[in-house]
Write a protein that binds this ligand. Sequence first.
Ligand code: SME
Length: 309
Amino acid sequence: MRSIVQNKVEECLEILKWDKTKWPEFWGILRKKFGPIVPNYEKKLELGEEDIKNILWEIERRELDRFKWEWLDVSRNKKVECAEALSEREEFLELKREDFSVFLMSLLGICDWVVVDGEKEKIVVVDVFSLWRKGFLKDLSLVTLQAVIGLRRGEDKGNYEGKERYFEVLMKDVEKILTESKEPLKELCKFLRNHVPYYDWVGFYFVEDGKLKLGPFVGEPTEHVEIPFGIGICGQAAERRETFIVQDVSKETNYLSCSPKTKAEIVIPIFKDGEIIGELDIDSHSYSPFSEEDRKFLENVCSLVSKVV
Ligand code: SME
């Protein structure tokens, strides 16, 4: 299979071998090497020669150096993470069309992602330097997914403003799904899985006869279709009546394994009139993926769910 994500960051960072006064010259080399991508990137951002010169002059060598060392440390993993974020959502992102590639690059640091015409296909250029500058390198796979979703919606550039903002935007779609969809819970599972790269199994359990019974879900089928209170992460969350985050399931002794791929899990109880009526359960194939933003977002999602079930 072709590789959808290509890492060109190191080639861009060759600029660090040049005297700063010669950086515009190096940019000229990048334009030829990555033609028509770099010239089209300039066009999309409406940048003339003078603008580029000025922007390059504003970039501090030591800043770019720091970025280089941080990037070299994580680049292999990050590239794989980005590629998986896309390939695991093949249908939703219509990857069979083979009409785009993602290039991870280090460009002018002024826009996180831009869609440009390449020779044969569209190129989603993700400026990793721009993301790093804002302290969001850790969210690269989320931004890559956001950019490809953007491409499919006909957007041609965008900026990432952090997970909190990303989830705020998703929340509007969640409201729509819950009020307008025919199968709101199944649709919601699909939506969450498609829009967050580290949500790999998303499903609901509902309380029935004093046990948790599996409801709508997306991801691999599970043998745990019925879970008693107190057993596993789901059962413990139900008993404690609070969100339970396990960032590394191998360290949790009271755990029911669904797939060897699962590394972390978050379970959020759903309440109605003060009673627990069910839970939202999310498994991740990454270690320590869940932050406070996820907790807040998913708790908001669950309080909306409780209004429609
Ligand atoms: N791992 C869960 C069981 C449910 S699956 O993740 C779908 C647990 O320990 O409760």
